[in-house]
Design a binder for this molecule. Sequence first.
Ligand SMILES: C[S@@+](CC[C@H](N)C(=O)[O-])C[C@H]1O[C@@H](n2cnc3c(N)ncnc32)[C@H](O)[C@@H]1O
Length: 268
Amino acid sequence: MAMFQRLLRATESGAMPGPRRWLWKHWYNLMSRRWDDAAWGFMNYGYLPPEPLTLSPAEETDRPFIGLYHQAVAGLPVAGARVLEVGAGRGGGAAYVARHFAPAELVGVDLSADTVARAAALHAGQPGLRFQQGDAEALPFPDASFDIVLNIESSHCYGSMDRFVAEVARVLRPGGWFTWADMRSQAMLPSLEASLAHPSLALCASASLNAGVVAALDAAEARKGDAVNRQRLLRPLLREFAGMQGSLLYRGLRAGQVQYLARRLQRV
Ligand SMILES: C[S@@+](CC[C@H](N)C(=O)[O-])C[C@H]1O[C@@H](n2cnc3c(N)ncnc32)[C@H](O)[C@@H]1O
């Protein structure tokens, strides 16, 4: 486990961008092949907002994970918009946004082909929503083809945040929105700021989500424990990956050494 923690620190510090991309792609492919539970539509650490959020009874079990998506799009002009989610995972967040915010179309891309297949199967038949394989650092879309780009807890996996942000600026139409949330260690914040300071993107809003993310981790602890405890061999690794109580990430978020941030930027 000490080795796993050292590896996490090394990749997160910006070292080894190529191996980082490789590692995450294969990790998510592996997870999506093995983990066929239809109840898991999300793969984020979650966020419980301070203000009330009304959900349907069917959505209640995903409340901690939906919170991250809700805070990302609330107040943005999503109705009738062309929305791209980069790093859409198993598609639960994209499906939530499509259901509640009425975009004209929502395309979810993900580097992991197995994860895209899982998302497409889980959300088949939902109007205006589709998933395709694609790389955040070379988005398979023409210039100015989206009104909103959504990116939730995915960018820490990328080889180059600079290339990703340049791609977002390219595929957004002038006046379009980039809404982003993810975590970084304190040491990585200057490099993150530099990447987000793209000349074609104006910073409009910034928030720290730590308290709500820790609350979501606490709320999801029992549910994750049930799934993780079934995996005897992988249990310690999965506890770390899932951000369970006592994990490196959980302790870092509580102590503030890890910052979970949200940003909104507008294409100028
Ligand atoms: C922690 S999961 C979050 C998924 C989803 N946003 C959610 O909140 O449920 C990170 C996702 O980013 C995807 N990803 C990693 N690197 C990527 C890249 N270069 N381009 C697109 N997606 C990528 C992974 O395959 C994974 O599905």
